[in-house]
Design a protein. Structure first.
Lengths: 305, 328
């Protein structure tokens, strides 16, 4: 993997380190173990959803329906008392949404922004139908699986590590991973070289929605209840995390390490605002400024999208 | 295909031709026809001239934003900053931070829209940043600033002049849709008839070829973004004129609805099929759809589901129709 393909630069990797260093030096509260544990829990759902968003971005797509998928997953969880059935339903829903998005983009040729925006609207409506108000009870075993710890390691870290390792292996160690990059950088060449472009694209969307569903399950289990607006902020945040991590929205450039760095930057920023007691309303301003700074130093050849 | 239809009777041939022609139109035209038919069957009072004019009035802000969106999309770019622009404009005009008379304040609002568009355009053209990320970040920054500021200064009423404009009628027709059409027609003619419009189409069709043949492709893209910012601000002013009170969430779904309107109106990245009329018809279609679904008494859940399904199916039908022979 060359830097040209991973999108990793000294800025993408340096940014979270810089923020973490600044916070550690200036705020004593930041160094408290409790704060670091909170941080792991806060960032886990964003990381899992952003890793899914990365798969879609690698094939030059974008998925705005991750938020609605997360909310609907939380709604499905509180409907079921059997944890296995609840998780299976949520994951199946995610896979079905991914298939619809993927077929719309890859086979019909609808622009991904429009395709995923319309599925997001539909799913948000469905979510209001399933769960009109925040409430309900997530099956207790799931709550334990999201909040507990194993041998002193919080389980949220374990889930993060599992997602990172799985996606890392998938993108760099498998034939499918290579095809993701091939389709993203030049679909026509990929097609002429025998890559099944449509199948790869549909699979990327399925991966993204399934990861979003996992993130929704995790987040709902952490707060032990369902919420029809659980994922509202996630479509933009995942795109921000992915872009901060050096993944190019034009496809073919990106890496799991970059997404981890981007997610950590966003998460540290939020955490820093909490620690310093800065108005959470300024969070959007800082995130936006950070994003602008990040894209400004990574000059591309391409103008436009 | 032709041989087959030659043997059929002339009326059938005409019908076939008409059907082909109708399917080749942007999905918004067919969508409006179907929606109007559905409304005529189930909610005929929606089709009364008075209500149609009110729906036109309601569609004007989205129409303006969709116009701006279609300009940048023709150049293979995207503007998602409308939400932030509208929030900022509405805050500045209603909170009393600008000690200006109403006409000057309205001018300042438009200038801010153009300035935001210029910043977007500059970052996209000079820094080669992705337009999705630039405009999203700018929108986040603007709405974040407005939310943070409005803790100290609550939003008040919109200027009297603006509210009067939102309610004014000329010969029974509300003023906002007249303004919308008055902008639509000259801009459409301008793009059809001038070198600027031609180079915009050339840039969209193939940016590299346009650059190699010496067209000012960066300037075209920059100006499209300035125009889009200006039109978003104008749309925000109209929204403010209708609501009358400043509100941070005023333009929240404007950017994405404008994107949907542009695409349903036949604009796709890099092509201007559907021209200026397509997005305008699509804006009317969307607002009529929202009203129709509300009048059916479906409630929030059913309304969102139908809205998503209808936009998605229209985009699917249009994309399948224009897919061409690209195997990938």
């Amino acid at each position: 993997m060359t830097p040209a393909r991973t999108g990793l630069t000294r800025y993408t990797v340096g940014l979270p380190l810089l923020i973490a260093l600044l916070l550690a030096l200036s705020a004593a509260d930041f160094r408290q173990p409790q704060n670091l544990l909170n941080f792991g829990g806060q960032v886990a759902a964003l990381l899992i959803a952003s890793l899914g968003q990365m798969c879609v971005t690698l094939v030059a797509g974008i998925d705005l329906s991750v938020g609605a998928v997360m909310s609907l997953a939380s709604g499905l969880l509180v409907l079921q008392s059997d944890p296995v059935l609840a998780v299976a339903m949520a994951l199946a829903m995610g896979a079905a949404v991914g298939v619809v998005n993927g077929l719309g983009v890859a086979v019909a040729g609808v622009h991904p922004l429009v395709m995923t925006l319309s599925t997001a609207t539909f799913l948000q409506g469905l979510c209001h139908m399933v769960l009109p108000m925040p409430g309900g009870q997530v099956p207790p075993p799931l709550v334990a699986a999201a909040n507990g710890d194993a041998a002193g390691v919080p389980l949220s870290f374990v889930w993060c590590a599992a997602a990172v390792v799985a996606l890392g292996a998938l993108t760099t160690r498998t034939r499918f991973g290579l095809h993701l990059f091939a389709v993203g950088s030049q679909p026509r060449s990929a097609y002429l070289n025998g890559v099944r472009v449509r199948a790869v694209t549909v699979t990327a969307y399925v991966l993204c929605s399934v990861m979003a569903s996992v993130a929704g399950i995790f987040l709902a289990a952490r707060v032990a209840t369902g919420d029809p607006n659980l994922g509202t902020s996630f479509p933009l945040e995942t795109v921000a995390a992915v872009a901060l991590g050096g993944v190019q929205l034009t496809g073919g450039v990106g890496s799991v390490a970059g997404v981890v760095a981007g997610t950590l930057s966003l998460g540290l920023l939020t955490n820093g605002l909490n620690v310093f007691g800065i108005s959470p309303f300024l969070r959007g301003v800082l995130t936006g400024a950070l994003l602008l700074a990040a894209v400004s130093v990574q000059r591309r050849r391409h103008v436009g999208l | 295909m032709t041989a087959l239809s030659m043997r059929t009777s002339l009326p059938l041939l005409r019908l076939h031709q008409a059907a082909t022609w109708a399917l080749a139109l942007p999905p918004a035209y067919l969508g409006v026809a179907l929606l109007l038919a559905a409304a005529a069957l189930t909610r005929p009072n929606l089709l009364s001239p008075m209500l149609l004019l009110l729906i036109m009035r309601q569609a004007a802000p989205l129409g303006l934003a969709a116009m701006g969106q279609s300009l940048v999309m023709r150049c293979r770019s995207l503007d998602l900053s409308a939400g932030g622009v509208v929030a900022m404009v509405s805050f500045l005009l209603t909170s009393g931070v600008l000690p200006l008379s109403a006409p000057l304040a309205i001018g300042a609002g438009l200038a801010i829209g153009a300035a935001v568009g210029a910043v977007n355009g500059w970052m996209i053209v000079r820094l080669r940043a992705s337009s999705v990320i630039v405009t999203l970040s700018v929108s986040m920054i603007l709405s974040g600033l407005v939310i943070a500021w409005s803790q100290f200064r609550s939003a008040g009423d919109a200027p009297e002049l603006l509210r009067a404009f939102g309610l004014a009628r000329v010969g029974g027709v509300p003023l906002p849709p007249i303004l919308w059409l008055a902008l639509l027609v000259p801009v459409g003619l301008f793009l059809k008839a001038t070198a600027f419009g031609r180079s915009m189409d050339a840039v969209g069709a193939n940016p590299r070829a346009a650059a190699l043949s010496g067209l000012p492709h960066l300037r075209v893209l920059f100006l499209a973004h300035v125009a889009s910012g200006l039109l978003s601000a104008a749309g925000g002013l109209l929204l403010l004129a209708f609501v009358g009170v400043g509100n941070v969430t005023l333009g929240n779904d404007l950017a994405l609805n404008a994107l949907a309107a542009a695409i349903l109106g036949g604009i796709n990245f890099g092509n201007g099929r559907g021209g200026m009329a397509g997005p305008a018809v699509a804006a009317f279609m969307l607002v009529f759809l929202f009203n129709f679904l509300t009048s059916l008494g479906l409630g929030e859940a059913g309304r969102l589901m139908l809205q998503g399904a209808i936009i998605g199916l229209a985009a699917l039908a249009y994309a399948l129709r224009h897919r061409g022979l690209n195997p990938t």
